[in-house]
Design a protein around this ligand. Structure first.
Ligand code: FAD
Ligand code: SIN
Length: 521
């Protein structure tokens, strides 16, 4: 018998929603969540703007579909887009039933915000801390559901498939099956087998592959790297979304604090340091064009002016109302000495979201049997070449539902084709120079920043590939001879992510959405 019926890797919106659903549907089954940091630490916790859902009477599913397709620049899967958007209201209802609270207006309806690329107000939010509220509600539900165990500071190292049991598998193989994962208990230092009938990867994004990112430290692409090593199909890694308005703080604070796109939806204007508006030169929707367009515009302005940042002007807005809508952003700016009623907020683009990931079908199934993926680590076809703002939380809710429906229908006890070996630490020693790991992580981030940013070129991508190859060789040597640590695993995973972004960038022959190579112009 496996340790659990369901093993879930990650405790953001995707993993927790899936866990609640399967646990409630199957009270006799054991649901295990492992997560590598504190239980709430995730990209989800920092989500600001909200969830895009059609609720406004002027709005329609067709309009939201149209906006999503336009942002995705021709690469969205139309069927997936239709399905996700139509399921939005029902999934919102469920998360409210779980306990998440969203702001309402004076007439009692939802207070719907607006963000870039949206033709209507449709962003349901909890002030400017929507993700924090969602995590709070979901974790509360998890703690009160008796057949769910959650283990924090447990780091998934690798998936268990035929690789470990039988022989090395070198090609994607339709018969590959996932039996769980090897997990490092960071409190005891022991690596244990967590076997399961169904494994759900809900391990989030990859922002940390760039030093300059809105993503917290956990966003190191572990799930995608593990799935890649296990020979799952990985798609569209070249589409890294840079958020246009991360707060610029001298000295480079990481992660960067986000100034939500909803602030532009509220009326804030982008200006150069000299106070000149510029977005009208790039798109008729100005500040509310989609993110790829706004980020490229800012990048261009910065290259032309030589400045380190552009500015967000809120001085003309109703500041009392601003404080009600964006209390956290207001407090942050005030805390670093910016009075937004009189001063401009310095902002720069920062790596924010991965549009690609582990390829899944309409039920969240990966190309490996019994392995599912949900949330930012997955590629469903919704986002195409550039995600529309606030479609990510929506996607996670919809695919948690679809995966749960599939697994409760099909779950059976699976039998591995042999004994699953214990983790083999033979020939490894305690790491004596952690500085090698931290240095290589910084070097990787510098390579990605310098050669794989908003504007790419053939020369830069090929240079990045060479540098990544060296980092890969050094890190693999370390991995083969050193006892496994989260730091080393994250570095190894980040190098894999960097490699996938660069390789898939080189393979791309046309500029689309968030991908721009100046040699393809
Ligand atoms: P996450 O929430 O990132 O959770 C991943 C989990 O996996 C974490 O618990 C992590 O610790 C765990 N994990 C990772 N690796 C391992 C491992 N090896 N072993 C064990 N556990 C592991 N989207 C919107 O739609 N609307 C918004 O308003 C919005 N605002 C955002 C603001 C910010 C600042 C950021 C960073 C993102 C925002 N996004 C927004 C994007 C959105 O928040 C994320 O895409 C979404 O929350 C991802 O959810 P997830 O469950 O897939 O991953
Ligand atoms: C934001 O609030 O600007 C982030 C929204 C998102 O990433 O979808």
């Amino acid at each position: 018998m496996p340790n659990s019926d369901f093993l879930i890797i990650g405790s953001g919106i995707a993993g927790l929603t899936f866990a609640v659903k399967v646990a409630q549907a199957c009270p006799d089954k054991k649901v295990t969540i492992i997560t590598k940091a504190d239980e709430s630490e995730s990209n989800t916790k920092y989500a600001q703007g909200g969830i895009a859902v059609v609720l406004n009477e002027n709005d329609s599913f067709d309009k939201h579909v149209e906006d999503t397709l336009r942002a995705g620049d021709g690469l969205c899967d139309l069927e997936v887009v239709n399905m996700v958007i139509k399921e939005g209201p029902e999934r919102l209802k469920e998360i409210i039933e779980i306990g998440a609270r969203f702001d309402v207006n004076y007439s009692g309806g939802f207070d719907l915000g607006k963000e870039g690329g949206h033709s209507e107000n449709r962003i349901v939010h909890h002030k400017d801390i929507t993700g924090y509220e969602i995590e709070r509600a979901l974790l509360h539900k998890i703690y009160t559901t008796s057949n769910i165990e959650i283990y924090s500071h447990h780091f998934a190292i690798d998936l268990i498939t035929e690789h470990q049991i039988k022989k090395k598998v070198t090609e994607p193989n339709p018969d590959l099956t996932c039996y769980g994962a090897y997990v490092l208990n960071q409190k005891t230092g022991k690596i244990e087998k967590y076997t399961a009938n169904i494994t759900m990867l809900a391990s989030g994004g990859t922002g940390q592959v760039y030093g300059h990112t809105t993503n917290p430290l956990i966003a190191t692409g572990d799930g995608i790297a593990m799935a890649y090593r296990a020979k799952a199909k990985i798609k569209d890694m070249e589409f890294i979304q840079f958020h246009p308005t991360a707060l610029y703080e001298p000295g480079g604070v990481s992660p960067s604090f986000l100034i939500s796109e909803a602030v532009r939806g509220f009326g804030a204007k982008l200006k150069t340091r000299k106070g000149k508006a510029f977005m009208h030169k790039y798109d008729e929707r100005k500040e509310l064009a989609s993110r790829d367009i706004v980020s490229k515009a800012i990048d261009n302005e910065l290259k032309n002016s030589g400045d380190d940042y552009v500015c967000l002007d809120c001085t003309h807005l109703d500041i009392e109302l601003f404080k009600q809508h964006f209390p956290n952003i207001y407090k942050k700016c005030q805390g670093i000495g910016i009075d937004i009623s009189k001063e401009l907020i310095p902002v720069v683009p920062a790596s924010h979201y991965l549009c690609g990931g582990i390829s899944v079908n309409e039920h969240g199934q990966t190309s490996i049997k019994n392995l599912f993926a949900c949330g930012e680590c997955s590629h469903t076809g919704l986002h195409g070449a550039n995600r529309l703002a606030s479609n990510s939380l929506l996607e996670a809710l919809v695919y948690a539902e679809r995966s749960y429906k599939k697994v409760i229908k099909d779950i059976v006890d699976i039998v591995p084709p042999g004994e699953i070996p214990e983790w083999n630490e033979e020939g490894t020693t305690e790491p004596d120079e952690l500085v090698l790991i931290t240095h290589n992580r910084m070097e990787l981030q510098a390579v990605m920043r310098d050669y794989v940013g908003i504007v790419r070129s053939d020369k830069r991508l090929n240079r990045a590939l060479k540098r990544l190859h060296l980092l890969y060789k050094e890190t693999e040597e370390l991995y083969d001879t050193t006892k496994v640590s989260p730091q080393l695993c994250e570095l190894r995973n980040l190098i894999t992510i960097g490699y996938l972004i660069v390789k898939q960038s080189i393979a791309r022959t046309e500029n689309k959405g968030a991908y721009y190579n100046k040699n393809l112009d």
